[in-house]
Ligand binder design. Structure first.
Ligand SMILES: NC(=O)C1=CN([C@@H]2O[C@H](COP(=O)(O)OP(=O)(O)OC[C@H]3O[C@@H](n4cnc5c(N)ncnc54)[C@H](OP(=O)(O)O)[C@@H]3O)[C@@H](O)[C@H]2O)C=CC1
Ligand SMILES: CC[C@](O)(C(C)=O)C(=O)O
Ligand SMILES: [Mg+2]
Ligand SMILES: [Mg+2]
Length: 493
């Protein structure tokens, strides 16, 4: 199988990459009807599988789970997930032949084996869905020509797909139909109905392509969403301990700080997040985030370049073939970091204190969101897609860190995201070594405003505000957040 993207002529690559049409609410007026009464079989009951299935069933659709024979016989977690929630569970042979829609929600690494096992069993004219296009785009999987191939990709961890649905909201979602596989022209109707079933239409849906989804999703998860949150958390904790801050306090500030800080990002964008700081702290956060952007830009560009060329997927697939040796080594190293091993102290940290005592994280988040957005857009990804993959999803990933630190984040995200996160983290930490030498407790651990009179240069403040508010991620964010009227606030402290 050849990398599908690399087989396309340049003009076609750019065309597919640029798909990101924001869909108006009226386009979902038909609700879940296109899938009502259809037999929907999900393969895999893990992070996305279980949570999407719960939402789809609550939306009135007929959901059952096809699992590997061994998973059923050994009553593995996936079997427990599905049966504890009263779903019908069966083997591929039992469930796939009668399915109208098969949803493949197994790890990307397993897709080739899963599709090769499932495809011969699928009935003529059935549909096959993915939540990430890696198998189609990077591995070049060829699907039988009578099968409709679609994608409904929630821009968020599976746990949050369920949590947001239960809050009456949803998560921004990219939907797509593979141009090589839409023999009956029903792909978009199925994708829309499926997306309504997960609640995605409440938060914003982009009519995208497999190519655009893959090239943006990989970039977001490797850089700002997971990689930089990991690097920033570890460096922040280590710095506080080095400077004599109580380890329990440091652990709590980092674990929950990223969630509290990015909650402001979710509602008010980058400028809304910086508005939570005093004026002097805002100017400082602006200055150090500019410095961080300069240092990290080449690394962000390298990640995007390697994703576009297929170098990243080639390297990761080599690791798959090599028994995941790098993934497992990096996972073990992350588990051994002092941040991961130090429990959050039993100490009260007020909501505002998370901002005042953690200006460094505000700067990391601003730098990471803007850099990821800028790099994606430079590569031909549309601003709407880049916004979801940078700014909107950061708070949703931060929620997982607040639950159980980096272990929880890396457990909940896909294996592909986990690999990319470590890859970035390995390269980023040394890159920031000199920068971190200059960081003191005014930026992390203690109140930035302590001992200062709060005065600022008016002209400088106006300039900073102007630069923040006019960044393209803010411009598109204002537009996209208007479609998120049902967005719920999360109480964190
Ligand atoms: N994690 C996330 O939040 C997100 C994931 N995605 C995408 O969703 C898809 C699913 O990812 P994710 O939910 O993380 O996956 P998980 O790792 O959580 O999937 C685990 C499930 O897959 C099954 N499985 C594993 N290996 C095989 C195999 N060889 N054959 C059959 N079933 C297998 C497991 O069953 P068993 O008990 O038999 O091992 C289990 O039910 C991926 O394409 C991913 O990129 C998209 C957005 C976010
Ligand atoms: C965090 C990245 C993601 O793409 C996601 C949750 O959207 C994944 O692959 O897990
Ligand atoms: Mg994603
Ligand atoms: Mg992903």
């Amino acid at each position: 199988m050849a990398n599908y993207f690399n087989t396309l002529p340049l003009r076609e690559q750019l065309e597919q990459l640029s798909h990101a049409e924001f869909m108006e609410t009226a386009e979902f007026a038909d609700g879940v009807n296109a899938l009502k009464g259809k037999k929907i079989v999900i393969v895999g009951a893990g992070a996305q599988g279980l949570n999407q299935g719960l939402n789809l069933r609550d939306s009135g659709l007929d959901i059952s789970y096809a699992l590997r024979k061994e998973a059923i016989e050994q009553k593995r977690d996936s079997w427990k997930n599905a049966t504890d929630n009263n779903f019908t569970v069966g083997t591929y042979d039992e469930l796939i032949p009668t399915a109208d829609l098969v949803i493949n929600l197994t790890p990307d690494k397993q897709h080739t084996a899963v599709i090769n096992a499932v495809m011969p069993l699928m009935k003529q004219g059935a549909a096959l869905s993915y939540s990430h296009g890696f198998n189609i785009v990077e591995e070049g999987m060829q699907i039988r020509k009578d099968i409709t191939v679609l994608m409904v990709a929630p821009k968020c961890p599976g746990s949050e797909v369920r949590a947001e649905y239960l809050r009456g909201f949803g998560v921004p979602t990219l939907i797509a139909v593979h141009p090589e596989n839409d023999p009956e022209g029903k792909g978009w109707a199925y994708a829309k109905a499926y997306c309504v079933g997960t609640g995605g239409h409440h938060a914003g849906v982009l009519k995208s392509s497999f190519v655009a989804e893959v090239k943006s999703d990989l970039m977001g998860e490797q850089t700002i969403l997971c990689g930089l949150l990991q690097t920033g958390s570890i460096l922040s904790f280590d710095k506080m301990v080095e400077k004599g801050i109580d380890a329990g306090y440091a652990s709590k500030l980092v674990q929950y700080g990223v969630e509290v800080i990015t909650e402001a990002l979710k509602h008010g964008g980058v400028s809304g997040m910086l508005d939570r700081l005093s004026n002097p702290a805002k100017i400082k956060a602006f200055q150090i985030s500019e410095e961080l952007k300069d240092i990290m830009r080449p690394l962000f560009q390298k990640h995007q370049d390697d994703i576009m060329s297929g170098e990243f997927s080639k390297t990761m697939m080599e690791d798959w073939a090599n028994g995941d040796v790098n993934l497992l080594k990096w996972r073990a190293e992350t588990g051994e970091t002092a941040f991961e091993k130090t429990p959050a102290g039993d100490v009260k940290i007020g909501e505002q204190e998370y901002f005042d005592n953690y200006v460094l994280m505000v700067a990391f988040v601003r730098a990471g969101v803007e850099l990821a957005f800028e790099t994606m857009v430079e590569a031909g990804i549309k601003p709407e897609s880049a916004y979801y993959e940078s700014l909107h999803e950061t708070p949703l990933i931060a929620n997982t860190i607040a639950r159980k630190k980096l272990f929880e984040m890396n457990r909940v995200i896909s294996d592909t995201a986990e690999y990319g996160c470590y890859l970035f983290d390995q390269a980023c930490k040394p890159l920031l070594a000199d920068f971190m030498k200059k960081v003191d407790t005014d930026l992390v651990g203690k109140n930035f405003n302590e001992g200062k009179d709060g005065s600022v240069d008016n002209v400088q403040l106006v300039q900073v505000n102007e630069i923040l508010r006019s960044h393209p991620v803010e411009v598109v964010g204002v537009k996209l957040r208007k479609a998120m009227t049902a967005m719920k606030t999360i109480k964190t402290v």
